[in-house]
Design a protein. Structure first.
Length: 383
Protein backbone atom coordinates (compact mmCIF):
# COMPACT_ATOMS: atom_id res chain seq x y z
CA UNK A 1 0.00 0.00 0.00
CA UNK A 2 1.35 3.42 -0.94
CA UNK A 3 2.42 5.84 1.80
CA UNK A 4 -0.15 8.39 0.64
CA UNK A 5 -2.96 5.87 1.05
CA UNK A 6 -1.75 4.90 4.53
CA UNK A 7 -1.62 8.56 5.55
CA UNK A 8 -5.18 9.00 4.32
CA UNK A 9 -6.25 5.97 6.34
CA UNK A 10 -4.57 7.33 9.47
CA UNK A 11 -6.48 10.61 9.16
CA UNK A 12 -9.74 8.75 8.61
CA UNK A 13 -9.26 6.56 11.68
CA UNK A 14 -8.49 9.58 13.88
CA UNK A 15 -11.56 11.40 12.51
CA UNK A 16 -13.70 8.34 13.26
CA UNK A 17 -12.34 8.32 16.83
CA UNK A 18 -13.23 12.00 17.25
CA UNK A 19 -16.81 11.41 16.08
CA UNK A 20 -17.27 8.25 18.14
CA UNK A 21 -15.70 9.79 21.25
CA UNK A 22 -17.90 12.88 21.11
CA UNK A 23 -21.16 11.07 20.46
CA UNK A 24 -20.70 8.25 22.96
CA UNK A 25 -19.45 10.49 25.78
CA UNK A 26 -22.30 12.95 25.34
CA UNK A 27 -24.98 10.27 25.14
CA UNK A 28 -23.62 8.17 28.01
CA UNK A 29 -24.01 11.12 30.39
CA UNK A 30 -27.36 12.27 29.02
CA UNK A 31 -28.85 8.75 29.17
CA UNK A 32 -28.47 8.66 32.94
CA UNK A 33 -29.76 12.22 33.38
CA UNK A 34 -32.71 11.50 31.09
CA UNK A 35 -33.75 8.38 33.03
CA UNK A 36 -33.32 10.28 36.31
CA UNK A 37 -35.65 13.02 35.09
CA UNK A 38 -38.21 10.49 33.85
CA UNK A 39 -38.21 8.26 36.94
CA UNK A 40 -36.70 10.31 39.77
CA UNK A 41 -34.66 7.22 40.72
CA UNK A 42 -30.83 7.43 40.89
CA UNK A 43 -30.57 3.63 40.99
CA UNK A 44 -32.57 3.28 37.77
CA UNK A 45 -30.43 5.98 36.18
CA UNK A 46 -27.30 4.06 37.12
CA UNK A 47 -28.53 0.97 35.27
CA UNK A 48 -27.91 2.76 31.96
CA UNK A 49 -24.20 2.32 32.55
CA UNK A 50 -24.69 -1.38 33.25
CA UNK A 51 -26.49 -1.77 29.91
CA UNK A 52 -23.49 -0.23 28.15
CA UNK A 53 -20.87 -2.49 29.77
CA UNK A 54 -22.84 -5.76 29.84
CA UNK A 55 -22.10 -6.71 26.19
CA UNK A 56 -18.38 -6.62 26.96
CA UNK A 57 -18.80 -9.99 28.70
CA UNK A 58 -19.86 -11.49 25.35
CA UNK A 59 -16.69 -10.21 23.66
CA UNK A 60 -15.27 -13.59 22.54
CA UNK A 61 -18.52 -14.56 20.79
CA UNK A 62 -19.07 -11.15 19.22
CA UNK A 63 -15.45 -11.18 18.07
CA UNK A 64 -16.13 -14.44 16.27
CA UNK A 65 -18.73 -12.60 14.20
CA UNK A 66 -16.06 -10.06 13.18
CA UNK A 67 -13.94 -12.91 11.76
CA UNK A 68 -16.83 -14.46 9.83
CA UNK A 69 -18.18 -11.48 7.88
CA UNK A 70 -16.56 -8.76 5.73
CA UNK A 71 -15.08 -6.44 8.32
CA UNK A 72 -15.60 -3.13 6.56
CA UNK A 73 -19.28 -3.99 5.97
CA UNK A 74 -19.60 -4.94 9.65
CA UNK A 75 -18.19 -1.56 10.73
CA UNK A 76 -20.51 0.32 8.40
CA UNK A 77 -23.54 -1.78 9.34
CA UNK A 78 -22.90 -1.41 13.07
CA UNK A 79 -22.80 2.37 12.72
CA UNK A 80 -26.03 2.37 10.73
CA UNK A 81 -27.82 0.22 13.30
CA UNK A 82 -26.55 2.45 16.11
CA UNK A 83 -27.78 5.57 14.29
CA UNK A 84 -31.17 3.96 13.71
CA UNK A 85 -31.57 3.04 17.38
CA UNK A 86 -30.69 6.57 18.46
CA UNK A 87 -33.26 8.03 16.07
CA UNK A 88 -36.00 6.12 17.88
CA UNK A 89 -35.34 8.36 20.88
CA UNK A 90 -36.13 11.41 18.76
CA UNK A 91 -39.73 10.32 18.21
CA UNK A 92 -40.39 8.46 21.47
CA UNK A 93 -38.61 8.19 24.79
CA UNK A 94 -39.05 6.11 27.91
CA UNK A 95 -36.71 4.41 30.38
CA UNK A 96 -37.05 1.04 28.64
CA UNK A 97 -36.14 2.49 25.25
CA UNK A 98 -33.20 4.38 26.70
CA UNK A 99 -31.94 1.14 28.27
CA UNK A 100 -32.28 -0.58 24.90
CA UNK A 101 -30.30 2.15 23.12
CA UNK A 102 -27.64 2.00 25.83
CA UNK A 103 -27.39 -1.76 25.26
CA UNK A 104 -27.03 -1.19 21.51
CA UNK A 105 -24.26 1.29 22.30
CA UNK A 106 -22.53 -1.41 24.34
CA UNK A 107 -22.82 -3.92 21.50
CA UNK A 108 -21.46 -1.36 19.06
CA UNK A 109 -18.46 -0.68 21.31
CA UNK A 110 -17.49 -4.35 21.26
CA UNK A 111 -18.05 -4.83 17.53
CA UNK A 112 -16.40 -1.57 16.48
CA UNK A 113 -13.38 -2.04 18.76
CA UNK A 114 -12.83 -5.57 17.48
CA UNK A 115 -13.59 -4.61 13.89
CA UNK A 116 -11.23 -1.64 13.89
CA UNK A 117 -8.45 -3.68 15.50
CA UNK A 118 -8.93 -6.29 12.78
CA UNK A 119 -9.02 -3.75 9.94
CA UNK A 120 -6.13 -1.53 11.05
CA UNK A 121 -3.33 -3.96 10.05
CA UNK A 122 -4.71 -4.01 6.50
CA UNK A 123 -4.99 -0.22 6.43
CA UNK A 124 -1.61 0.75 7.92
CA UNK A 125 1.92 -0.55 8.01
CA UNK A 126 3.11 -2.41 11.10
CA UNK A 127 5.32 0.50 12.18
CA UNK A 128 2.40 2.95 12.02
CA UNK A 129 0.02 1.02 14.25
CA UNK A 130 1.41 2.26 17.58
CA UNK A 131 1.36 5.89 16.44
CA UNK A 132 -2.18 5.76 15.09
CA UNK A 133 -3.47 3.89 18.14
CA UNK A 134 -1.98 6.64 20.28
CA UNK A 135 -3.52 9.40 18.18
CA UNK A 136 -6.90 7.69 18.33
CA UNK A 137 -6.60 7.48 22.12
CA UNK A 138 -5.75 11.19 22.33
CA UNK A 139 -8.72 12.05 20.14
CA UNK A 140 -11.11 10.04 22.30
CA UNK A 141 -9.75 11.46 25.54
CA UNK A 142 -9.95 14.98 24.15
CA UNK A 143 -13.61 14.45 23.34
CA UNK A 144 -14.23 13.26 26.91
CA UNK A 145 -13.18 16.73 28.11
CA UNK A 146 -15.62 18.49 25.78
CA UNK A 147 -18.58 16.28 24.96
CA UNK A 148 -20.10 15.67 28.44
CA UNK A 149 -20.50 19.40 29.04
CA UNK A 150 -21.74 19.92 25.48
CA UNK A 151 -24.23 17.06 25.79
CA UNK A 152 -25.51 18.28 29.16
CA UNK A 153 -25.85 21.82 27.81
CA UNK A 154 -27.77 20.65 24.74
CA UNK A 155 -30.01 18.50 26.96
CA UNK A 156 -30.80 21.48 29.22
CA UNK A 157 -31.49 23.66 26.17
CA UNK A 158 -33.58 21.39 23.93
CA UNK A 159 -34.03 18.12 25.82
CA UNK A 160 -32.95 14.55 25.26
CA UNK A 161 -34.23 14.13 21.67
CA UNK A 162 -31.81 16.82 20.46
CA UNK A 163 -28.85 14.96 21.98
CA UNK A 164 -30.07 11.69 20.46
CA UNK A 165 -30.39 13.34 17.04
CA UNK A 166 -26.84 14.74 17.20
CA UNK A 167 -25.50 11.40 18.43
CA UNK A 168 -27.28 9.63 15.53
CA UNK A 169 -25.72 11.88 12.89
CA UNK A 170 -22.16 11.14 14.04
CA UNK A 171 -22.18 7.35 13.38
CA UNK A 172 -23.73 8.04 9.98
CA UNK A 173 -20.69 10.15 9.15
CA UNK A 174 -18.49 7.44 10.63
CA UNK A 175 -20.05 4.87 8.27
CA UNK A 176 -19.13 7.07 5.31
CA UNK A 177 -15.54 7.40 6.56
CA UNK A 178 -15.24 3.61 6.93
CA UNK A 179 -16.29 3.33 3.30
CA UNK A 180 -13.47 5.68 2.28
CA UNK A 181 -10.71 3.51 3.76
CA UNK A 182 -8.21 1.94 1.35
CA UNK A 183 -7.53 -1.58 2.55
CA UNK A 184 -4.90 -4.02 1.36
CA UNK A 185 -5.90 -7.56 0.56
CA UNK A 186 -4.78 -10.13 3.13
CA UNK A 187 -4.55 -13.85 2.51
CA UNK A 188 -7.08 -15.63 4.73
CA UNK A 189 -6.44 -19.19 3.64
CA UNK A 190 -5.71 -20.13 7.25
CA UNK A 191 -9.13 -19.01 8.40
CA UNK A 192 -10.89 -21.45 10.70
CA UNK A 193 -14.48 -21.50 11.82
CA UNK A 194 -13.48 -22.76 15.25
CA UNK A 195 -12.38 -20.51 18.10
CA UNK A 196 -9.22 -22.13 19.51
CA UNK A 197 -9.05 -19.97 22.60
CA UNK A 198 -7.06 -17.00 23.83
CA UNK A 199 -4.13 -19.26 24.71
CA UNK A 200 -3.06 -19.55 21.07
CA UNK A 201 -1.94 -15.93 20.89
CA UNK A 202 1.64 -14.88 21.52
CA UNK A 203 3.18 -14.42 24.93
CA UNK A 204 3.75 -10.75 24.12
CA UNK A 205 0.03 -10.23 23.61
CA UNK A 206 -0.94 -12.13 26.73
CA UNK A 207 1.61 -10.19 28.80
CA UNK A 208 0.54 -6.73 27.63
CA UNK A 209 -3.17 -7.55 27.90
CA UNK A 210 -2.56 -8.87 31.42
CA UNK A 211 -0.76 -5.70 32.50
CA UNK A 212 -3.53 -3.54 31.04
CA UNK A 213 -6.18 -5.67 32.76
CA UNK A 214 -4.49 -5.21 36.15
CA UNK A 215 -4.06 -1.45 35.68
CA UNK A 216 -7.61 -0.88 34.43
CA UNK A 217 -9.02 -3.11 37.15
CA UNK A 218 -7.08 -1.28 39.84
CA UNK A 219 -8.31 2.06 38.50
CA UNK A 220 -11.85 0.80 39.16
CA UNK A 221 -10.80 -0.59 42.55
CA UNK A 222 -9.35 2.84 43.48
CA UNK A 223 -12.43 4.88 42.53
CA UNK A 224 -14.13 4.89 45.95
CA UNK A 225 -10.84 5.38 47.88
CA UNK A 226 -10.09 8.43 45.75
CA UNK A 227 -13.50 9.87 46.60
CA UNK A 228 -12.82 9.23 50.29
CA UNK A 229 -9.40 10.91 50.19
CA UNK A 230 -10.85 14.02 48.57
CA UNK A 231 -14.04 14.41 50.60
CA UNK A 232 -13.25 12.79 53.96
CA UNK A 233 -9.47 12.92 54.47
CA UNK A 234 -8.74 16.31 52.87
CA UNK A 235 -12.21 17.83 53.44
CA UNK A 236 -12.31 19.17 49.88
CA UNK A 237 -15.59 19.80 48.04
CA UNK A 238 -16.82 16.99 45.83
CA UNK A 239 -16.45 19.29 42.81
CA UNK A 240 -12.67 18.88 43.22
CA UNK A 241 -13.15 15.45 41.62
CA UNK A 242 -13.89 17.31 38.40
CA UNK A 243 -10.49 18.96 38.62
CA UNK A 244 -8.86 15.55 38.97
CA UNK A 245 -10.84 14.20 36.03
CA UNK A 246 -9.72 17.10 33.84
CA UNK A 247 -6.11 16.64 34.94
CA UNK A 248 -6.30 12.94 34.11
CA UNK A 249 -7.79 13.75 30.72
CA UNK A 250 -4.95 16.16 29.96
CA UNK A 251 -2.44 13.46 30.83
CA UNK A 252 -4.26 10.98 28.60
CA UNK A 253 -4.03 13.32 25.62
CA UNK A 254 -0.26 13.60 26.13
CA UNK A 255 -0.02 9.82 26.56
CA UNK A 256 -1.62 9.17 23.20
CA UNK A 257 0.66 11.60 21.40
CA UNK A 258 3.87 9.97 22.63
CA UNK A 259 2.79 6.32 22.90
CA UNK A 260 3.64 5.48 19.30
CA UNK A 261 7.19 6.75 19.68
CA UNK A 262 7.62 4.80 22.90
CA UNK A 263 6.38 1.59 21.27
CA UNK A 264 8.61 2.09 18.23
CA UNK A 265 11.72 2.58 20.39
CA UNK A 266 11.16 0.21 23.30
CA UNK A 267 8.39 -2.21 22.30
CA UNK A 268 4.89 -2.93 23.53
CA UNK A 269 5.86 -4.86 26.67
CA UNK A 270 8.15 -2.08 27.91
CA UNK A 271 5.45 0.51 27.19
CA UNK A 272 2.85 -1.49 29.11
CA UNK A 273 5.23 -1.98 32.06
CA UNK A 274 6.18 1.72 32.06
CA UNK A 275 2.50 2.67 32.04
CA UNK A 276 1.81 0.39 35.01
CA UNK A 277 4.74 1.95 36.92
CA UNK A 278 3.40 5.46 36.25
CA UNK A 279 -0.07 4.41 37.37
CA UNK A 280 1.49 2.94 40.53
CA UNK A 281 3.12 6.30 41.20
CA UNK A 282 -0.19 8.10 40.67
CA UNK A 283 -1.93 5.88 43.22
CA UNK A 284 0.82 6.47 45.79
CA UNK A 285 0.71 10.24 45.23
CA UNK A 286 -2.99 10.18 46.06
CA UNK A 287 -2.07 8.78 49.46
CA UNK A 288 -0.26 12.02 50.38
CA UNK A 289 -2.19 14.53 52.57
CA UNK A 290 -1.69 17.39 50.10
CA UNK A 291 -4.13 18.32 47.35
CA UNK A 292 -1.48 19.32 44.73
CA UNK A 293 -0.15 15.74 44.97
CA UNK A 294 -3.58 14.49 43.92
CA UNK A 295 -3.52 16.71 40.83
CA UNK A 296 -0.02 15.57 39.88
CA UNK A 297 -1.05 11.98 40.50
CA UNK A 298 -4.07 12.41 38.24
CA UNK A 299 -1.89 13.71 35.40
CA UNK A 300 0.64 10.89 35.81
CA UNK A 301 -2.14 8.31 36.00
CA UNK A 302 -3.67 9.83 32.87
CA UNK A 303 -0.41 9.07 31.08
CA UNK A 304 0.26 5.63 32.53
CA UNK A 305 -3.16 4.00 32.18
CA UNK A 306 -3.57 4.74 28.43
CA UNK A 307 -0.03 3.50 27.79
CA UNK A 308 -0.99 0.07 29.09
CA UNK A 309 -4.11 0.01 26.92
CA UNK A 310 -2.43 1.31 23.75
CA UNK A 311 0.40 -1.20 24.17
CA UNK A 312 -2.08 -4.06 24.58
CA UNK A 313 -4.14 -3.06 21.54
CA UNK A 314 -1.01 -2.67 19.41
CA UNK A 315 0.31 -6.04 20.59
CA UNK A 316 -2.97 -7.72 19.57
CA UNK A 317 -2.80 -6.13 16.13
CA UNK A 318 0.85 -7.00 15.48
CA UNK A 319 1.10 -10.47 17.08
CA UNK A 320 -2.19 -12.09 16.04
CA UNK A 321 -2.91 -13.95 12.77
CA UNK A 322 -5.36 -12.01 10.63
CA UNK A 323 -8.03 -14.74 10.67
CA UNK A 324 -8.18 -14.51 14.50
CA UNK A 325 -7.95 -10.74 14.91
CA UNK A 326 -11.64 -10.14 15.59
CA UNK A 327 -11.95 -12.85 18.23
CA UNK A 328 -8.65 -12.07 19.93
CA UNK A 329 -9.37 -8.32 19.97
CA UNK A 330 -12.82 -8.80 21.49
CA UNK A 331 -11.53 -11.35 24.00
CA UNK A 332 -8.72 -9.00 24.99
CA UNK A 333 -11.29 -6.25 25.62
CA UNK A 334 -13.27 -8.62 27.82
CA UNK A 335 -10.14 -9.53 29.78
CA UNK A 336 -9.17 -5.88 30.21
CA UNK A 337 -12.54 -4.33 31.00
CA UNK A 338 -14.60 -7.21 32.36
CA UNK A 339 -12.98 -7.12 35.86
CA UNK A 340 -14.32 -3.58 36.37
CA UNK A 341 -17.72 -5.05 37.25
CA UNK A 342 -16.16 -6.95 40.18
CA UNK A 343 -13.34 -4.68 41.31
CA UNK A 344 -15.37 -1.48 41.51
CA UNK A 345 -17.70 -2.78 44.26
CA UNK A 346 -14.75 -4.50 45.97
CA UNK A 347 -13.00 -1.14 46.18
CA UNK A 348 -16.16 0.40 47.61
CA UNK A 349 -16.16 -2.26 50.32
CA UNK A 350 -12.41 -2.08 50.99
CA UNK A 351 -12.51 1.67 51.53
CA UNK A 352 -14.09 1.01 54.93
CA UNK A 353 -10.68 -0.34 55.99
CA UNK A 354 -9.11 3.00 55.06
CA UNK A 355 -8.75 4.90 51.80
CA UNK A 356 -4.96 5.07 51.81
CA UNK A 357 -4.34 1.36 52.58
CA UNK A 358 -6.73 0.51 49.75
CA UNK A 359 -4.86 2.79 47.33
CA UNK A 360 -1.57 1.27 48.49
CA UNK A 361 -2.91 -2.22 47.79
CA UNK A 362 -3.93 -1.18 44.28
CA UNK A 363 -0.47 0.32 43.75
CA UNK A 364 1.19 -2.93 44.86
CA UNK A 365 -0.86 -4.93 42.36
CA UNK A 366 0.09 -2.59 39.50
CA UNK A 367 3.75 -2.67 40.47
CA UNK A 368 3.71 -6.47 40.58
CA UNK A 369 2.22 -6.58 37.07
CA UNK A 370 4.87 -4.16 35.80
CA UNK A 371 7.67 -6.19 37.41
CA UNK A 372 6.37 -9.40 35.84
CA UNK A 373 6.25 -7.78 32.39
CA UNK A 374 9.72 -6.27 32.77
CA UNK A 375 11.14 -9.63 33.77
CA UNK A 376 9.78 -11.34 30.67
CA UNK A 377 10.26 -8.43 28.27
CA UNK A 378 11.45 -9.44 24.82
CA UNK A 379 13.82 -7.35 22.67
CA UNK A 380 12.28 -4.88 20.23
CA UNK A 381 11.93 -6.32 16.73
CA UNK A 382 13.86 -4.24 14.21
CA UNK A 383 12.61 -3.92 10.64
Amino acid sequence: MEAQGRGRNAVLFVAISVLAGFGSSAMSLVAGIWILDLTGSPSLAGLAGFCVYAPTLAGPWLGGLVDRVPRRLLLIGTNLVLAGSLLTLVVAAGPGLIYFVSFVYGLSYVLLDAGESAVLPSALSRDELGHVNGWRSSAQEGMKLISPAAGAGLYAWHGGPSVALLSAVLPLIGAVLYGMLRLARIDKTEKSEKWPGFGVVSGVTRMTVGVAAVAIGMSAFATAPQYAVVVDDLALPSTFLGVLLSAQGAGSIVAGLVAGRMIARRGVVFTAAAGAVLFTASLLLKCLPWWPALVVGAVIGGIGLPWTLIAAVTAVQTHTPDHLLGRVSATANTVMFGPIALLNPLGSAAVHLGARPTLALAAACCLAAAASAAKKRQPVARP
